[in-house]
Design a binder for this molecule. Structure first.
Ligand code: PMP
Length: 437
Protein backbone atom coordinates (compact mmCIF):
# COMPACT_ATOMS: atom_id res chain seq x y z
CA UNK A 1 0.00 0.00 0.00
CA UNK A 2 1.26 3.53 -0.69
CA UNK A 3 2.47 5.46 2.30
CA UNK A 4 -0.04 8.10 3.33
CA UNK A 5 2.48 10.87 2.68
CA UNK A 6 2.69 9.82 -0.98
CA UNK A 7 -0.94 10.74 -1.64
CA UNK A 8 -0.01 14.22 -2.68
CA UNK A 9 1.77 12.79 -5.68
CA UNK A 10 -1.06 11.17 -7.54
CA UNK A 11 -4.46 11.60 -5.99
CA UNK A 12 -6.71 14.60 -6.35
CA UNK A 13 -9.89 14.09 -4.33
CA UNK A 14 -11.76 17.35 -4.79
CA UNK A 15 -14.40 16.71 -2.15
CA UNK A 16 -13.19 17.81 1.27
CA UNK A 17 -9.69 17.93 -0.16
CA UNK A 18 -8.00 19.87 2.62
CA UNK A 19 -9.41 17.80 5.46
CA UNK A 20 -8.58 14.59 3.64
CA UNK A 21 -4.97 15.58 3.11
CA UNK A 22 -4.56 16.28 6.80
CA UNK A 23 -6.12 12.99 7.80
CA UNK A 24 -6.22 10.54 4.90
CA UNK A 25 -8.41 7.49 5.26
CA UNK A 26 -7.83 4.58 2.93
CA UNK A 27 -9.96 1.57 2.11
CA UNK A 28 -8.06 -1.34 0.64
CA UNK A 29 -10.33 -4.39 0.69
CA UNK A 30 -14.06 -5.09 0.79
CA UNK A 31 -16.37 -8.06 1.27
CA UNK A 32 -20.03 -8.25 2.23
CA UNK A 33 -20.85 -5.30 4.50
CA UNK A 34 -17.23 -4.62 5.44
CA UNK A 35 -14.19 -2.71 4.31
CA UNK A 36 -10.64 -3.18 5.51
CA UNK A 37 -8.01 -0.46 5.71
CA UNK A 38 -4.50 -1.08 4.31
CA UNK A 39 -3.43 -1.88 7.89
CA UNK A 40 -6.10 -4.56 8.07
CA UNK A 41 -8.54 -2.73 10.32
CA UNK A 42 -12.15 -3.86 9.72
CA UNK A 43 -14.76 -1.14 9.10
CA UNK A 44 -18.47 -1.79 8.77
CA UNK A 45 -19.91 -0.14 5.68
CA UNK A 46 -22.77 2.02 6.93
CA UNK A 47 -23.20 3.72 3.56
CA UNK A 48 -23.02 0.91 0.99
CA UNK A 49 -19.96 2.72 -0.36
CA UNK A 50 -21.72 5.86 -1.59
CA UNK A 51 -25.33 4.59 -1.46
CA UNK A 52 -24.47 2.13 -4.21
CA UNK A 53 -23.25 -1.30 -3.14
CA UNK A 54 -26.79 -2.46 -2.39
CA UNK A 55 -26.06 -6.19 -2.77
CA UNK A 56 -22.89 -6.00 -0.69
CA UNK A 57 -19.23 -6.04 -1.70
CA UNK A 58 -17.36 -8.69 -3.64
CA UNK A 59 -20.33 -10.58 -5.07
CA UNK A 60 -19.07 -13.73 -6.73
CA UNK A 61 -21.99 -13.81 -9.21
CA UNK A 62 -21.09 -10.36 -10.56
CA UNK A 63 -17.42 -11.25 -10.79
CA UNK A 64 -18.26 -14.36 -12.82
CA UNK A 65 -20.63 -12.48 -15.13
CA UNK A 66 -17.97 -9.86 -15.84
CA UNK A 67 -15.32 -12.52 -16.45
CA UNK A 68 -17.61 -14.39 -18.85
CA UNK A 69 -18.41 -11.18 -20.71
CA UNK A 70 -14.70 -10.39 -21.00
CA UNK A 71 -14.16 -13.77 -22.62
CA UNK A 72 -16.98 -13.19 -25.08
CA UNK A 73 -16.61 -9.53 -26.02
CA UNK A 74 -14.80 -6.75 -24.20
CA UNK A 75 -16.37 -3.76 -25.89
CA UNK A 76 -18.80 -2.82 -28.62
CA UNK A 77 -19.86 0.64 -29.80
CA UNK A 78 -23.48 1.70 -29.47
CA UNK A 79 -23.20 4.37 -32.16
CA UNK A 80 -25.02 2.89 -35.17
CA UNK A 81 -24.46 -0.51 -33.55
CA UNK A 82 -25.76 -2.53 -30.66
CA UNK A 83 -25.08 -5.72 -28.78
CA UNK A 84 -27.57 -8.30 -27.48
CA UNK A 85 -26.76 -7.88 -23.76
CA UNK A 86 -27.83 -4.23 -23.87
CA UNK A 87 -31.21 -5.13 -25.32
CA UNK A 88 -31.67 -8.01 -22.89
CA UNK A 89 -30.89 -5.72 -19.98
CA UNK A 90 -33.29 -3.03 -21.22
CA UNK A 91 -36.04 -5.66 -21.50
CA UNK A 92 -35.37 -6.82 -17.95
CA UNK A 93 -35.46 -3.25 -16.62
CA UNK A 94 -38.66 -2.50 -18.53
CA UNK A 95 -40.27 -5.59 -17.02
CA UNK A 96 -39.53 -4.46 -13.46
CA UNK A 97 -40.26 -0.74 -13.90
CA UNK A 98 -43.68 0.58 -12.87
CA UNK A 99 -46.18 1.86 -15.42
CA UNK A 100 -45.07 2.21 -19.01
CA UNK A 101 -41.50 3.26 -18.30
CA UNK A 102 -40.22 0.92 -20.95
CA UNK A 103 -37.25 2.36 -22.82
CA UNK A 104 -33.71 2.61 -21.49
CA UNK A 105 -30.67 4.71 -22.34
CA UNK A 106 -27.46 3.61 -20.64
CA UNK A 107 -24.52 5.71 -19.54
CA UNK A 108 -21.83 5.56 -16.89
CA UNK A 109 -22.84 7.61 -13.89
CA UNK A 110 -25.64 9.48 -12.19
CA UNK A 111 -24.34 12.80 -13.46
CA UNK A 112 -24.41 11.54 -17.04
CA UNK A 113 -27.88 10.13 -16.48
CA UNK A 114 -29.13 13.53 -15.29
CA UNK A 115 -27.60 15.44 -18.19
CA UNK A 116 -29.01 12.83 -20.57
CA UNK A 117 -32.49 13.06 -19.07
CA UNK A 118 -32.51 16.86 -19.28
CA UNK A 119 -31.45 16.70 -22.93
CA UNK A 120 -34.08 14.05 -23.69
CA UNK A 121 -36.75 16.19 -22.00
CA UNK A 122 -35.81 19.26 -24.03
CA UNK A 123 -35.61 17.24 -27.25
CA UNK A 124 -39.00 15.69 -26.56
CA UNK A 125 -40.66 19.07 -26.07
CA UNK A 126 -39.12 20.25 -29.35
CA UNK A 127 -40.09 17.07 -31.15
CA UNK A 128 -43.74 17.62 -30.26
CA UNK A 129 -43.66 21.20 -31.47
CA UNK A 130 -43.25 22.76 -28.02
CA UNK A 131 -39.83 24.24 -28.62
CA UNK A 132 -40.58 27.24 -26.39
CA UNK A 133 -40.46 24.92 -23.42
CA UNK A 134 -36.82 25.39 -22.44
CA UNK A 135 -37.06 26.05 -18.71
CA UNK A 136 -36.12 23.38 -16.19
CA UNK A 137 -37.31 23.34 -12.59
CA UNK A 138 -35.28 21.71 -9.83
CA UNK A 139 -35.60 21.94 -6.09
CA UNK A 140 -33.63 23.53 -3.28
CA UNK A 141 -31.51 20.89 -1.56
CA UNK A 142 -31.78 18.70 -4.62
CA UNK A 143 -28.61 16.88 -5.71
CA UNK A 144 -28.28 15.76 -9.30
CA UNK A 145 -24.56 15.19 -9.72
CA UNK A 146 -21.82 17.45 -10.89
CA UNK A 147 -22.33 17.96 -14.63
CA UNK A 148 -23.37 21.44 -15.75
CA UNK A 149 -26.95 20.21 -16.13
CA UNK A 150 -26.92 18.61 -12.71
CA UNK A 151 -25.46 21.60 -10.86
CA UNK A 152 -27.87 23.94 -12.68
CA UNK A 153 -31.01 22.09 -11.63
CA UNK A 154 -29.41 21.00 -8.35
CA UNK A 155 -30.39 22.98 -5.30
CA UNK A 156 -27.05 23.46 -3.57
CA UNK A 157 -25.87 26.98 -4.37
CA UNK A 158 -22.45 26.06 -2.99
CA UNK A 159 -21.93 23.48 -5.74
CA UNK A 160 -22.53 26.15 -8.39
CA UNK A 161 -20.55 28.99 -6.92
CA UNK A 162 -17.42 28.79 -9.08
CA UNK A 163 -19.28 28.32 -12.35
CA UNK A 164 -20.96 31.01 -14.38
CA UNK A 165 -21.97 28.95 -17.39
CA UNK A 166 -25.06 27.26 -16.09
CA UNK A 167 -28.20 26.27 -17.97
CA UNK A 168 -30.39 29.33 -18.50
CA UNK A 169 -33.96 29.64 -17.23
CA UNK A 170 -33.68 27.25 -14.32
CA UNK A 171 -35.88 27.82 -11.29
CA UNK A 172 -36.08 25.92 -8.02
CA UNK A 173 -38.96 24.67 -5.92
CA UNK A 174 -38.57 25.24 -2.19
CA UNK A 175 -37.10 22.32 -0.28
CA UNK A 176 -39.49 20.08 1.57
CA UNK A 177 -37.95 19.82 4.98
CA UNK A 178 -39.31 21.90 7.84
CA UNK A 179 -37.25 20.78 10.83
CA UNK A 180 -39.29 22.71 13.34
CA UNK A 181 -42.32 20.62 12.44
CA UNK A 182 -40.72 17.29 11.76
CA UNK A 183 -37.76 16.67 14.04
CA UNK A 184 -37.82 13.15 15.46
CA UNK A 185 -41.22 12.41 13.97
CA UNK A 186 -41.61 9.03 12.35
CA UNK A 187 -43.30 8.43 9.05
CA UNK A 188 -43.63 11.01 6.33
CA UNK A 189 -44.15 14.67 7.23
CA UNK A 190 -47.62 16.09 6.60
CA UNK A 191 -47.33 19.23 4.53
CA UNK A 192 -46.96 17.69 1.08
CA UNK A 193 -49.68 19.05 -1.18
CA UNK A 194 -49.29 22.62 0.06
CA UNK A 195 -45.54 22.54 -0.72
CA UNK A 196 -46.07 20.98 -4.13
CA UNK A 197 -48.46 23.83 -4.94
CA UNK A 198 -45.35 26.01 -5.09
CA UNK A 199 -45.01 24.56 -8.57
CA UNK A 200 -48.27 26.27 -9.55
CA UNK A 201 -46.72 29.54 -8.38
CA UNK A 202 -43.65 28.97 -10.58
CA UNK A 203 -45.85 28.00 -13.53
CA UNK A 204 -47.91 31.17 -13.10
CA UNK A 205 -44.71 33.22 -12.95
CA UNK A 206 -43.17 31.87 -16.17
CA UNK A 207 -46.16 30.47 -18.06
CA UNK A 208 -46.44 26.73 -18.63
CA UNK A 209 -45.53 27.13 -22.30
CA UNK A 210 -41.92 27.92 -21.28
CA UNK A 211 -41.38 24.98 -18.94
CA UNK A 212 -39.98 21.67 -20.20
CA UNK A 213 -39.50 19.57 -17.10
CA UNK A 214 -39.38 19.34 -13.33
CA UNK A 215 -36.65 17.19 -11.77
CA UNK A 216 -36.70 15.97 -8.17
CA UNK A 217 -35.25 13.18 -6.13
CA UNK A 218 -38.31 11.38 -4.73
CA UNK A 219 -36.41 11.31 -1.44
CA UNK A 220 -33.52 13.77 -1.46
CA UNK A 221 -30.42 11.75 -0.56
CA UNK A 222 -27.06 13.45 -0.63
CA UNK A 223 -28.35 16.67 0.89
CA UNK A 224 -29.32 15.05 4.16
CA UNK A 225 -31.92 12.39 3.37
CA UNK A 226 -35.21 14.27 3.23
CA UNK A 227 -38.25 12.03 2.72
CA UNK A 228 -41.04 13.79 0.81
CA UNK A 229 -44.04 14.99 2.78
CA UNK A 230 -47.27 13.04 2.28
CA UNK A 231 -48.95 13.72 -1.03
CA UNK A 232 -46.06 15.83 -2.32
CA UNK A 233 -45.02 13.68 -5.28
CA UNK A 234 -48.64 12.90 -6.20
CA UNK A 235 -49.41 16.62 -6.35
CA UNK A 236 -46.28 17.39 -8.40
CA UNK A 237 -47.42 14.69 -10.83
CA UNK A 238 -50.90 16.23 -11.13
CA UNK A 239 -49.55 19.70 -11.75
CA UNK A 240 -47.02 18.51 -14.34
CA UNK A 241 -49.66 16.52 -16.20
CA UNK A 242 -52.06 19.45 -16.17
CA UNK A 243 -49.49 21.78 -17.75
CA UNK A 244 -47.72 19.44 -20.19
CA UNK A 245 -44.52 19.52 -18.11
CA UNK A 246 -42.39 16.37 -17.93
CA UNK A 247 -41.72 14.99 -14.46
CA UNK A 248 -38.27 13.49 -13.93
CA UNK A 249 -37.49 11.40 -10.85
CA UNK A 250 -33.81 11.20 -10.06
CA UNK A 251 -33.66 7.71 -8.55
CA UNK A 252 -29.90 7.41 -8.50
CA UNK A 253 -30.13 6.67 -4.76
CA UNK A 254 -33.71 5.45 -4.36
CA UNK A 255 -33.60 3.10 -7.37
CA UNK A 256 -32.86 -0.60 -6.93
CA UNK A 257 -34.24 -1.26 -3.51
CA UNK A 258 -33.21 1.45 -1.07
CA UNK A 259 -36.82 2.14 -0.03
CA UNK A 260 -37.83 -1.52 0.09
CA UNK A 261 -39.32 -1.43 -3.39
CA UNK A 262 -37.56 -1.62 -6.74
CA UNK A 263 -38.04 2.13 -7.29
CA UNK A 264 -39.44 5.08 -5.35
CA UNK A 265 -41.93 5.48 -8.20
CA UNK A 266 -43.36 2.12 -7.18
CA UNK A 267 -43.10 2.86 -3.46
CA UNK A 268 -45.05 6.11 -3.79
CA UNK A 269 -47.30 4.99 -6.64
CA UNK A 270 -46.27 7.98 -8.77
CA UNK A 271 -44.99 7.39 -12.29
CA UNK A 272 -42.58 10.01 -13.63
CA UNK A 273 -42.10 10.56 -17.37
CA UNK A 274 -38.37 9.98 -17.08
CA UNK A 275 -36.29 8.33 -14.40
CA UNK A 276 -32.54 8.55 -13.85
CA UNK A 277 -30.64 5.73 -12.16
CA UNK A 278 -27.03 4.72 -11.39
CA UNK A 279 -25.33 3.26 -8.29
CA UNK A 280 -27.44 0.16 -7.46
CA UNK A 281 -28.06 -0.53 -11.15
CA UNK A 282 -24.67 -2.31 -11.26
CA UNK A 283 -24.03 -2.56 -7.53
CA UNK A 284 -21.22 -0.11 -8.34
CA UNK A 285 -19.02 -3.05 -9.31
CA UNK A 286 -18.53 -1.30 -12.63
CA UNK A 287 -19.70 2.24 -13.40
CA UNK A 288 -23.16 2.48 -14.92
CA UNK A 289 -26.09 4.89 -15.12
CA UNK A 290 -29.29 5.00 -17.08
CA UNK A 291 -32.37 6.94 -18.08
CA UNK A 292 -35.72 5.18 -18.32
CA UNK A 293 -38.49 6.88 -20.27
CA UNK A 294 -42.19 6.29 -20.69
CA UNK A 295 -43.68 5.09 -23.91
CA UNK A 296 -45.11 8.50 -24.85
CA UNK A 297 -41.71 10.15 -24.43
CA UNK A 298 -40.03 7.54 -26.60
CA UNK A 299 -42.74 7.69 -29.23
CA UNK A 300 -42.81 11.47 -29.21
CA UNK A 301 -39.07 11.55 -29.77
CA UNK A 302 -39.20 9.06 -32.62
CA UNK A 303 -42.20 10.40 -34.50
CA UNK A 304 -42.33 14.16 -33.95
CA UNK A 305 -41.68 16.70 -36.70
CA UNK A 306 -38.13 17.15 -35.38
CA UNK A 307 -37.55 13.60 -34.29
CA UNK A 308 -34.77 12.04 -32.29
CA UNK A 309 -32.46 11.89 -35.26
CA UNK A 310 -31.96 15.56 -34.41
CA UNK A 311 -30.75 14.64 -30.94
CA UNK A 312 -27.07 13.78 -30.94
CA UNK A 313 -26.41 12.07 -27.67
CA UNK A 314 -24.52 9.01 -26.48
CA UNK A 315 -21.28 8.03 -24.83
CA UNK A 316 -18.43 5.82 -26.05
CA UNK A 317 -19.17 3.64 -23.03
CA UNK A 318 -22.99 3.68 -23.28
CA UNK A 319 -24.25 0.18 -22.51
CA UNK A 320 -20.69 -1.04 -22.01
CA UNK A 321 -20.79 -4.83 -22.23
CA UNK A 322 -19.09 -5.29 -18.85
CA UNK A 323 -21.57 -2.93 -17.21
CA UNK A 324 -24.50 -4.72 -18.85
CA UNK A 325 -23.16 -8.07 -17.65
CA UNK A 326 -22.77 -6.75 -14.10
CA UNK A 327 -26.19 -5.09 -14.14
CA UNK A 328 -27.84 -8.28 -15.29
CA UNK A 329 -26.07 -10.35 -12.63
CA UNK A 330 -27.07 -7.90 -9.91
CA UNK A 331 -30.72 -8.13 -11.00
CA UNK A 332 -30.47 -11.89 -10.44
CA UNK A 333 -29.03 -11.28 -6.99
CA UNK A 334 -31.75 -8.77 -6.07
CA UNK A 335 -34.35 -11.30 -7.13
CA UNK A 336 -32.78 -14.50 -5.77
CA UNK A 337 -31.88 -12.96 -2.43
CA UNK A 338 -35.18 -11.02 -2.24
CA UNK A 339 -33.21 -7.91 -1.32
CA UNK A 340 -35.91 -5.29 -1.98
CA UNK A 341 -38.32 -7.22 0.21
CA UNK A 342 -35.58 -7.64 2.78
CA UNK A 343 -35.03 -3.87 2.87
CA UNK A 344 -38.78 -3.40 3.43
CA UNK A 345 -38.77 -5.93 6.26
CA UNK A 346 -35.71 -4.43 7.94
CA UNK A 347 -36.95 -0.83 7.62
CA UNK A 348 -38.94 -0.74 10.92
CA UNK A 349 -35.99 -2.27 12.82
CA UNK A 350 -33.69 0.27 11.21
CA UNK A 351 -36.13 3.06 12.12
CA UNK A 352 -36.16 2.00 15.79
CA UNK A 353 -32.36 1.89 15.71
CA UNK A 354 -31.80 5.34 14.25
CA UNK A 355 -34.47 6.91 16.45
CA UNK A 356 -32.76 5.47 19.55
CA UNK A 357 -30.08 8.07 18.81
CA UNK A 358 -32.37 11.01 19.44
CA UNK A 359 -31.13 11.48 23.00
CA UNK A 360 -27.46 11.42 21.91
CA UNK A 361 -25.72 14.76 22.53
CA UNK A 362 -26.35 17.42 19.90
CA UNK A 363 -28.77 15.45 17.74
CA UNK A 364 -31.41 17.87 16.44
CA UNK A 365 -33.25 15.92 13.75
CA UNK A 366 -33.57 12.35 12.52
CA UNK A 367 -35.10 11.27 9.21
CA UNK A 368 -35.46 7.81 7.79
CA UNK A 369 -37.18 5.99 4.97
CA UNK A 370 -36.46 2.50 3.76
CA UNK A 371 -32.95 1.42 4.72
CA UNK A 372 -31.37 4.86 5.04
CA UNK A 373 -31.36 7.78 7.43
CA UNK A 374 -30.14 11.33 7.85
CA UNK A 375 -29.15 12.73 11.24
CA UNK A 376 -28.49 16.41 11.95
CA UNK A 377 -26.15 17.57 14.68
CA UNK A 378 -26.29 21.00 16.20
CA UNK A 379 -23.59 23.18 14.64
CA UNK A 380 -20.88 24.54 16.88
CA UNK A 381 -21.06 28.34 16.96
CA UNK A 382 -18.94 29.78 14.16
CA UNK A 383 -17.83 26.34 12.97
CA UNK A 384 -20.48 24.82 10.73
CA UNK A 385 -19.48 21.28 9.83
CA UNK A 386 -16.87 20.83 12.57
CA UNK A 387 -19.08 18.62 14.70
CA UNK A 388 -20.25 16.54 11.75
CA UNK A 389 -16.68 16.02 10.58
CA UNK A 390 -15.57 15.07 14.09
CA UNK A 391 -18.39 12.50 14.34
CA UNK A 392 -17.51 11.10 10.92
CA UNK A 393 -13.81 10.74 11.83
CA UNK A 394 -14.66 9.19 15.22
CA UNK A 395 -17.02 6.72 13.55
CA UNK A 396 -14.30 5.67 11.15
CA UNK A 397 -11.80 5.26 13.98
CA UNK A 398 -14.33 3.13 15.82
CA UNK A 399 -14.91 1.00 12.72
CA UNK A 400 -17.91 2.50 10.87
CA UNK A 401 -18.16 4.30 7.55
CA UNK A 402 -20.88 6.98 7.37
CA UNK A 403 -21.40 9.88 4.98
CA UNK A 404 -20.95 13.42 6.23
CA UNK A 405 -21.84 16.76 4.78
CA UNK A 406 -21.57 19.74 7.09
CA UNK A 407 -23.29 18.74 10.37
CA UNK A 408 -25.50 16.14 8.75
CA UNK A 409 -24.61 12.47 8.68
CA UNK A 410 -26.24 9.90 6.46
CA UNK A 411 -26.31 6.13 6.60
CA UNK A 412 -27.50 3.61 4.03
CA UNK A 413 -26.11 0.13 4.66
CA UNK A 414 -26.03 -2.58 2.00
CA UNK A 415 -29.43 -4.29 1.77
CA UNK A 416 -27.81 -7.57 2.89
CA UNK A 417 -27.12 -6.11 6.35
CA UNK A 418 -28.11 -8.34 9.29
CA UNK A 419 -30.00 -7.11 12.35
CA UNK A 420 -26.97 -7.56 14.62
CA UNK A 421 -24.94 -5.49 12.15
CA UNK A 422 -27.60 -2.76 12.29
CA UNK A 423 -27.18 -2.85 16.09
CA UNK A 424 -23.42 -2.50 15.64
CA UNK A 425 -23.82 0.44 13.24
CA UNK A 426 -26.15 2.27 15.61
CA UNK A 427 -23.95 1.50 18.62
CA UNK A 428 -20.75 2.77 17.00
CA UNK A 429 -22.53 5.78 15.57
CA UNK A 430 -23.95 6.68 19.02
CA UNK A 431 -20.45 6.48 20.52
CA UNK A 432 -19.01 8.60 17.71
CA UNK A 433 -21.61 11.33 18.24
CA UNK A 434 -20.91 11.32 21.96
CA UNK A 435 -17.16 11.55 21.46
CA UNK A 436 -17.63 14.37 18.96
CA UNK A 437 -19.88 16.40 21.28
N1 PMP B 1 -28.32 12.13 -8.65
C1 PMP B 1 -28.44 11.74 -7.39
C2 PMP B 1 -29.79 11.72 -6.75
C3 PMP B 1 -27.32 11.33 -6.66
O1 PMP B 1 -27.45 10.95 -5.40
C4 PMP B 1 -26.06 11.34 -7.29
C5 PMP B 1 -24.81 10.89 -6.58
N2 PMP B 1 -24.82 10.87 -5.21
C6 PMP B 1 -25.99 11.77 -8.62
C7 PMP B 1 -27.12 12.13 -9.27
C8 PMP B 1 -24.69 11.79 -9.34
O2 PMP B 1 -24.22 10.52 -9.55
P1 PMP B 1 -22.67 10.28 -9.92
O3 PMP B 1 -21.89 10.63 -8.70
O4 PMP B 1 -22.64 8.81 -10.27
O5 PMP B 1 -22.36 11.12 -11.08
Amino acid sequence: APAANNLEAFFMPFTANRQFKKNPRLLAKAKGVHYWTPEGRKVIDGTAGLWCVNAGHGREEIKQAIAAQLEEMDYAPTFQMGHPKAFELAARHAAMLPGDLDHAFYCNSGSEAVDSALKIALAYQRARGEGTRTRLIGRERGYHGVGFGGISVGGMANNRKFFGSLLPGVDHLPHTHLPARNAFSRGLPEHGAELADELERIVALHDASTIAAVIVEPCAGSTGYLPPPKGYLQRLREICTKHGILLIFDEVITGFGRLGAAFAAEYFGVIPDLMTVAKGISNATVPMGGVFVRKHVYEGLMTGPENAIELFHGYTYSAHPLACAAASAVLDIYKNDGLFQRAAELAPYWEDGVHSLKSAPGVTDIRNLGLAAGIDLESKPGAVGARGYAAFVKAFELGLLVRQSADTLAMSPPLIVEKNQIDEIIDIFGKAIKQAA
